[in-house]
Structures are given as C-alpha cells and as structure tokens.
Design a protein around this ligand. Sequence first.
Ligand code: CAA
Length: 385
Amino acid sequence: MLSDLLPLTETQREIRDLARTFAREHVAPHAAQWDREGYFEPALVKQLGDAGFLGMLLPEEYDGLALDTVTYLIALEEIAAADASVAVMMSVHNSLPTQMLLRWGTEAQKDRWLRPMARGEILGAFALSEPDAGSDAASLRCQATRDGDGWVLTGTKSWVTSGSHAGVILVMARTDTAADRQGSRGIGAFVITPDLPGFHVGKKENKLGLRASPTVQLVFDEMRVPAGHLLGEPGQGLAYALQSLEHGRLGIGAQALGIARAALQAARDYADERRQFGRPIRDFEAIQFKLADMAMRVTASRALLHATAAAKDRGERVTQFAAMSKLMASETAMFVADEAVQIFGGYGYVKEYPVERYLRDAKVTEIYEGTSEIQRVVIARELYT
Ligand code: CAA
C-alpha cells in the first residue's frame, strides 16, 4: 500500500489512529445512507467534540487539544476518507470561526464561545459569500449599521456550510456607509448567534455532492447585534477572513486528500479482485499506469500540504504555499476520483460502490474556500511580492 513519505511523530500517529477508529466506528458505516438521504446527523457534532476533533487547534485552557496544524490535517484526512461531508463541517469549524475568535476575540468573547465550541456543544460556521459576491469577496453588500452601542445587520449570506445547525457564525458585513465606501477596509466581522432577533435560515442548496453537509443561505432582517459581538476592529473583517481562509484552505486540502486516498484505495482493491480476459485487471498496463499516477499525485499533494502546515506552525508566511496546497490537493481529488470511476467501469457509475460519491464530493474542493482560479491568482500575485 501507499506509505507516508514524511515521518510522523508519535503524537501524529496516535491522533491518526484515533481519527481512523472514530471514522470507522461513527462515520463510515453511515456515509452512503447520509449521502443518499442528504441527512446531517446532529449527534455526530457532540461525538466529534467528545473525541477532541472540534478543538484540535485550540489551547487547553479552552478545552482544546492544542495540536499543531500538521496533526490536525492528518486527522481531517482520516475523517474525509470516510465521509467528506463530515470533514467539511470539521474543517470549517476548526479552521475558521474558532481560529478567528482565538486570534481576534476579546477575553469575554473567547470565554463565552470557545469552550462550548471545542466540546461540540456549539457548531461553528463562516459567512463571507453572498449571492453577488463570491470570488470578489470585497464587493459584499450585507450592511452593518451602528445602533447605539450595537449594530443592525441587513443582508443575505450564501453557501454557508453548517449554517442551519451552527450556534456561532462569523459573519462579514460592511461597517462603512454608502457615502463612505472603503472597499476591503470597510468590512467588519461579527459573531452571530441564531437567537438574535431578525436571524433567519434561508434556502438549503440541493447539491451535486457533499449532500450530507447542509449548505444554506442566511437572511438577516434588521438583525440586532449587541456591541460585544463585533470581532476586533470594525474595518478589518475582510483581512481577518482572508487570513483565516489561509488556514481554511489547508483544511480543504486535507479534505480533498482524504477523498483522493479513499478513491485510490478503492480502485487498487477493485483492480486486484476484478478479472477480465482471464486475469485480474491490475495485470494490465493500462490500469497500472492509472494507479501509479493516482498514487504519485496523492503523495505529492500530501507532502506539499504537510510541508506548508509545518512552515505555518513555525510562524512562516505561507500564503502562496497554502494556495498551492489547496489547488494541488483538489485537482488531485478530481483526477483520482475520476480515474477510480474509470477503473471500476460500469460499477463505478452506480451507487453500489462509493467511487461515484467520491467523484461528486471531489468537485466542490475546486470551488469553495477560493476557486482553483483564485488560488492561481494568489500564487501568481505572490510571485511579484
Ligand atoms: N494574509 C493576511 N492578510 C491578507 C491575506 C492573507 N493571506 N489576504 C488578504 N489579506 C488582507 C490584505 O492585505 C488586505 O488588507 P489591506 O487592505 O490592509 O491591505 C485585505 O486583506 C484585502 O485583501 P486584498 O486587497 O488582497 O483583496 P482583494 O479584493 O484584492 O481580493 C482575492 C483578493 C484573493 C481575490 C480574495 O478576495 C479571495 O481570496 N477571494 C476568494 C474568496 C473566498 O475564498 N471565498 C470563500 C468563502 S468561504 C466558503 O467557501 C464557504 C464555506 O463555508 C466552506
């Protein structure tokens, strides 16, 4: 089988085994049914929290595991190999809202939200995109208007992963006024809870893949937000979001890698069992070449992802490498899942086997948390800085 290129520490091996066991017991047996029914299992949030998987990067004082980024990504890959829908919930929660609160939250904000988030009592979400503001995040229109000490938010957010089940949502909204537009510098980040008056969950998207992960619109109808819910500086919200997305993109890289690895394993096993022309199809060079390319891309994607995460943990600037990691892992996921379906032939095209799900799940990794085109923009921009 495919072994690890980069050596794992003892802790990393332990966490990988813990995640693998959790995935085998609590996730894998249900993945096909949850996908078929578009079902999100709320009890799984608490189970993930109890096992430590929702506070992986948080310090112990907030009930987190205080792990490094590489170890977190290793666990995420294991969950993703069982079910990419569960993995995206785990990735968004660990990489975006918890990290934003930890980095820019006041002591009061951290005290209030981080512990229940780490324990899986509250699920986190992230709301940046809008119906007319996707890749061009700075053009968002959701408006935050001052109201005494607090704020009133009006607008619609789209593509919010876990938005219908989240207890905390980090929402980016304009804090400048129409007469005073400051582009990317006129946006604030707010900690929103679903009990705020004027908060509504809008339509749930009917998606190609990740069908067990609810993706919803959120509608804010003159939603009153107390002053203590603004995160950091009123004009810095987009910068906070884009900085956090760097972490998020590593998480999506690990998710994509998990899908790719699962597809490779399935294709490898099938090529061994399936016989045509009197022998296992793995004897044919046409199949061997596919498996070799799949294995090479999985290994290269993991090496780049883990090297980037290690550099991030050393405190280095990894904007370009994070974009490369997400781009490479997501294109690997699509390539490997597509080849896996091809190796399975007709059986790859039906729901009896998981490879068609891998292909459907892989596609979105090239789209969300920055499309492949945006990753290339970031990589090219960095060449000139
Ligand atoms: N680190 C630190 N700061 C950063 C940063 C980073 N990696 N990226 C941007 N910033 C800062 C910039 O320095 C800038 O601050 P100043 O104004 O003080 O200089 C500010 O953030 C705005 O950045 P840009 O000027 O670079 O912004 P831009 O308008 O030129 O956009 C972009 C650049 C790369 C196209 C960016 O908009 C982008 O990444 N777009 C894609 C958005 C995206 O990924 N959306 C996904 C949403 S989440 C999701 O998918 C749903 C889900 O739940 C999974």
